[in-house]
Write a protein that binds this ligand. Structure first.
Ligand SMILES: [Zn+2]
Length: 436
């Protein structure tokens, strides 16, 4: 179906310098691409005349912007939302998360992934980077729900032989679907040996895939890497040759100036996860320092067991507040720069060329969201970008298009029976946690 969004306040994320950030106009979509971006009513009429099958969506009083990109999450962990809170990291992992995960089947993971994707789509997330196990079982879920994804097959030292074949299987399953990428995901420098870290990157290179890992998340990790390798996690990974522009590093909280220079020089995409970092009391990543040093900084929610939701707009607000607090500088991470984290920067982290995704321009992939600004917390509109970043919520997202396809319309996800989904989740949880 071809689409025309008319009378919208358009935030294309293409403004340079002091150029206006928004304008009123229309956006036309043909197939999976944006075919028209214009402020002219005549252009809108001509587009409709040239494409009689076009469906027009009136966006009066609404904001149209690129879909949001969540660059780090464990979507299937929705099953563990609020299962284990207010605990130290090791108690959380040893007594709750890992026993729970040992009782999960591949079907449970696909179910958790479904719930996670539905939550993200309803909140305007059109692309996400995942890191979990059984990703090979989640390809069909992603395909069916219509979201864009990079599925990172997560491995530890103890399951690497099991996971590597799953990477190849997932690549084959996703081969006919351009919006699904598979990636290799090493858990972290303290759970994956140097040799296995290198093997993961080699596999990724051989298959032309991205590689990802958690980096410098906790003080314990810093101590472990210092004791075992005599350096920082970034130095360790750099020595192993795994850092390049097809690597995504989640967290990067404890990074020194030379680490930041390395991340910038190698072109690593950093996924900042402020709410998870705050909840587990791991500290504040030096986002402003990284950003101004030329590191590609993006934003992620992390899993719902350490957040506990997948609301990326709320995450964005937290990122801005945390950066201002941590630096003692109210000028740190200005709102428009912050918005780039979840749009243009996120798209680059996924490997898309500049202008291909994360922006509204003719020729770009049509991943778009409509935000209803007619809500008390979004009025009045002195500055629409400020309102979006400081006041926007997932529930303000009304309509979502991924790859030219309407996947959420008037806050309803296409093709999902929500009461049935909640019932299926409750049933799975009961089985996983009973006799525990
Ligand atoms: Zn994580």
């Amino acid at each position: 179906m071809n689409l025309l969004f008319s009378n919208a306040t358009i935030l294309p994320m293409t403004a340079v310098g002091d150029e206006p950030k928004t304008f009123t106009g229309c956006v036309g979509v043909l197939g999976n691409r944006i075919a028209l971006v214009s402020s002219s009513v005549d252009d809108a009429a001509a587009f409709c005349a040239a494409h009689p099958d076009v469906r027009t969506i009136d966006c009066t009083g609404k904001l149209l912007m690129p879909g949001l990109v969540n660059t780090h999450c464990h979507a299937a962990m929705t099953l563990q939302r609020s299962y284990a809170d207010d605990l130290t990291l090791m108690t959380w992992l040893n007594d709750y998360i890992w026993p729970f995960e040992r009782r999960q089947t591949a079907d449970d993971v696909a179910l958790g992934m479904t719930l996670g994707i539905v939550e993200m789509l309803l909140g305007g997330v059109t692309s996400f980077v995942d890191m979990y196990y059984y990703e090979n079982s989640c390809v069909d879920v992603v395909r069916r729900l219509g979201i864009r994804a990079m599925l990172g097959c997560n491995y530890f030292d103890n399951n690497i032989e099991e996971v590597f074949p799953q990477v190849e299987e997932a690549v084959q399953k996703a081969a006919d679907c351009a919006r699904i990428q598979i990636a290799v995901a090493a858990h972290a420098p303290y759970t994956v040996s140097a040799e296995n870290m290198r093997r993961g990157k080699e596999l990724a290179r051989r298959l032309g895939l991205h590689f990802m890992t958690h980096i410098a998340e906790t003080q314990d990790e810093m101590n472990y890497v210092r004791e075992n390798f005599g350096c920082t996690p970034v130095e360790h990974l750099d020595k192993l040759g795994v850092l390049d522009d097809k690597t995504i590093g989640a967290h990067c909280i404890h990074v020194c100036d030379s680490d930041i220079a390395t991340l910038a020089a190698r072109g690593v995409a950093v996924s900042h996860n402020p709410q998870s970092n705050m909840k587990i009391a791991n500290g504040a990543a030096p986002v402003e320092k990284m950003r101004t040093a030329g590191v590609l900084v993006t934003l992620g929610t992390d899993g719902t067991c350490s957040n506990n939701d997948l609301d990326l707009l709320e995450e964005l607000r937290t990122a801005v507040f945390l950066q201002k607090t941590a630096t003692g500088n109210p000028l740190a991470l200005p709102v428009y720069e912050a918005l780039k984290l979840v749009t243009v920067n996120g798209a680059r982290a996924l490997g898309y060329a500049d202008g291909e995704l994360g922006v509204i321009r003719e020729g770009a992939l049509a991943d778009l969201i409509v935000i209803d600004m007619q809500a008390p917390h979004l009025q009045p509109i002195h500055n629409v970008v400020s309102n979006l970043v400081f006041c926007g919520k997932a529930s303000d997202v009304e309509t979502v298009v991924v790859d030219g396809r309407l996947v959420v319309e008037n806050r309803v996800v296409t093709g999902v029976d929500l009461p049935q989904l909640y019932a299926d989740v409750a049933k799975a949880i009961k089985r996983i946690t009973e006799n525990n």
